[in-house]
Design a protein around this ligand. Sequence first.
Ligand SMILES: Cc1cc2nc3c(=O)[nH]c(=O)nc-3n(C[C@H](O)[C@H](O)[C@H](O)COP(=O)(O)O)c2cc1C
Length: 422
Amino acid sequence: MPSFTPPGESQATHAAQAQRPVIPAMDVYDVADLREQARRRLPKGLFDFIDRGNDDEVAMRENQAALARIKLRPRVLADVSVRDQSIELFGKRQQMPVAIGPTGSAGLAWYQGEIELAKAAAAQGIPYTMATGSMTAMERVVEEAGGTLWFQLYMWPERELSFQLVERARAAGFDALVFTVDTPVAPGREYNLRNGFVIPFRFTRRNVVDVAMHPRWLLGVIVRYLLTGGLPRYENFPRHMQTRFTALPMGRSMATNPSMSWDDVRALRRLWPRTLIVKGIQHAEDARLAADCGVDGIVVSNHGGRVLDSSPATIETLPSILDAVGKRTTVLVDSGFRRGADVVKALAMGAHAVLLGRAPLYGTAMAGQMGAMRAIQLYRDEIDRVLGLIGVRSVAELDPGHLVLPWDAQERGRPRRADEPR
Ligand SMILES: Cc1cc2nc3c(=O)[nH]c(=O)nc-3n(C[C@H](O)[C@H](O)[C@H](O)COP(=O)(O)O)c2cc1C
């Protein structure tokens, strides 16, 4: 059968697509569909943990709402028959302007979910960030997935233990270290308490019924773990703390450390010779301090609206941070990016790339590696489409002129001051 080339799609675009892995649509056409598939598959306690924010979830909603308020101003007749969304990040070429952000629960959403997610990222040519709180040993991810791998670090109160983890990540061959600094104390997430989704996990009538009502997850994830070595555990924690997620002693105090300071960043800079990224910056002054410590990059992030519910949308914080450090350090951003258009907006503002948190996790929960690949593919297709629709052939061509910013409109709408020229 002759192949059909839709009007406007060039042979060049099709040639590039031919090299890509074939990913079935799985009846999923946007991130909202992925989310719904994950919701059906996972027990409510786990789905809420992945999907929700904290407190009243204002920050989580605002991240997306602020992105929606920004508009893209198209240029026309720009011959967009060949479009390229690849970028260079930390000295490496990658296929798309996104990376997979660290999410500690991939290994609960799917059997060895971290490996599945990392394989999906490698197949699509983007970096994968492995979280400290993963259920898979970091060395296995390096061996089985390959690709560009970043390791996310929490600084434990016993710093020496975190430094040992850094050494392990270096020996394993991770390309970058991502130091998360936005959680010095545990955030409030009441729904976890209501759902009984607490660490150590407690069997209550409610969560036993919840799990029983999701047999695909029970068999496909928990029973599979039980058959191959036991309940999932935090494989990257120091040996004496590698308890199962049903047992003490780890809890929140393991992950939070209220005494973190810039000295920790400086210590990591001395310890880690490769790319060092600080994640969770929301203030231009902090961005400057991070750059002064010699980091290679920062992530403007409010943790997907999961930590401080009164934090501003990251897309609204981004411009002041780019003004402060955009010329001397790499600026990444995350939180609330659910569409390719959202990614294009951040890039047009000057961000170097966007991290994706929940979306690839929904994909992993739906169908492991294939589901994560479908998630990444949705962004790739949407970014490609939006670039074409605004008359842009490559990420380098994007600039703030493509943006209509709500705050500019407010400026235009304000009354003229008496001393202002007409
Ligand atoms: C279930 C879940 C677990 C997460 N775990 C971590 C973590 O261990 N370390 C970290 O730095 N960020 C963690 N994050 C935050 C993400 O890295 C990222 O900042 C956030 O999800 C981005 O927002 P988005 O989900 O709207 O894309 C987690 C996010 C989710 C949803």
